[in-house]
Every structure is written in structure tokens, then in C-alpha cells.
Design a protein around this ligand. Sequence first.
Ligand code: ADP
Length: 251
Amino acid sequence: MIEFKNVSKSYGELQVLRNLDMHVEAGEKLALIGPSGSGKTTILRILMTLETINSGHVMVEGDYLWHQKVNSELVPASEKHLRKMRENVGMVFQQFNLFPHLTAIANIEQPQILVKGVDKSDATNKAQELLKLVGLEEKQNHYPHQLSGGQQQRVAIARALAMDPKIMLFDEVTSALDPELVEEVLNVLRVLAETSDTTMLTVTHEMNFARDFADRVLFFEKGQIVESGPPEEIFRNPKEERTRNFLKQII
Ligand code: ADP
């Protein structure tokens, strides 16, 4: 579903990704962990086409993301190509980014209608179904300012799911929340991981959550994958010294 091949990415002098190779199977649930600044969010932003790459290739479902083939030559992707590729991917950010002037249900209906051209009644049905999934069917007519941070984030998750993306990206979705609201959001993601076929990548500092959510945990340092494996292996029996040191500090 996703392939990074020899990808490098710098911001000016700062090299954030170094010759990164990463391969994700369809339906896999991945947790990206590692020290701050190791490039985890940059990977999600590249997949969302919010950042370009400096070298290497990224492929999604067998199609180049940042390039396209014209007369069998690889050239930089056009805006049209990027728009098409973007439809594969949904992202939920640290900040909930709901439209403040729309109710919870309208926040979920609008992108379906405007971007995908779905009928209003179909969009409403889907929004109601998803509000139920995130436990907020009672709050459908509330505006964002009438909802807690945890509830707003659950609406944001429902909104991203409404677009039926093949890949869902979650970027530290609980880091802007008060501690007592964290679990209600993580529990929604735990259920999604269990019940959905969608490929999911999450950047998180919540190791208990990563253990429940992920089929595979990737430990990053300085823009490279130091170690990757099933959660039991990474958390109980990490092979690399650097992984052990990181986990000692964080758990
Ligand atoms: P992580 O998610 O692992 O904390 P990031 O991918 O967010 O790491 O960031 C990697 C490094 O790139 C950090 O040092 C960060 O400050 C830097 N960085 C991220 N975005 C930008 C940007 N737009 N301009 C300059 N530096 C950036």
C-alpha cells in the first residue's frame, strides 16, 4: 500500500529523513514512535502531500506519489496527479481543525458533499453512522465550541473516515487534550484498529496505546528506522540499544 524507497528530506540545512526505506502492507496498523524531531510527522505530511521530498520515491497503491510517468519518464507530479493521490489519504492532526461555524454533523457532511459530490441525504446517513461509531450521536447538532476537546477530536476522526480513505494518518491526536480526555479518543482508535480494513499509521507517545493499536511498531531516530516489529517484541524484547534507551525514558 505504501512504499518509501531511499527517501531523503531536508528543511534547509536540517536533514530530517535519511535514505529511508519503509514498506506498509494494505490493512496494516502501524505505530511510529521515537524521540521528538526524528521525522515521524514529516512522513505523515509527505503522504498527505503537505511536504515534498528531496530524493527517492514514495509509492501509494503502486502509483508514484511525488512523481508521475510521462512517456515512460519520471517527472515531478502535476497538481492534478497530487489531487488524485490525496483522495487516498485522510489525516487527523493534533489540533482538531473543525469548521467552527458548522455543527458536528455538518462538519462530517460538508466534505463528502463538496469534495466527493455525495448527495445530502447519503452524506447525512453516513455522518450519523460515523457519529455513532465515535459515540457522539447525541451531540450531532452541537457546534465545536459546545464540545469538549476529546469530543471535537472524535468528530474530526469521523470527518476523516467519511471520505473513505484507503490510508488514515493520526498525528499525536491526543497531545493537545487534557489528560482526562485522552482515553476516550484512544479508545475510538483502538476500536477502529480492530474493526477496520483501512491501512492506518499513528504517531504517538502513548506506549500502552501503541501496544493495543499496532500490528507493527516502527522506532525512529534521526530520520531512519532503527528497529521495527510486533509490539510484544519492540516493547518486551527490543534488539537495539537505542530502542531500549528510548523506552526506558518514556515508560
Ligand atoms: P517528529 O514528528 O519525529 O517529532 P518531525 O517530522 O515533526 O519530527 O520534525 C523533524 C524535524 O524537522 C524537527 O527538528 C522539526 O523542528 C523540523 N521541521 C519540521 N517541519 C519543519 C519546517 N516546516 N521547517 C523547518 N523545520 C521543520
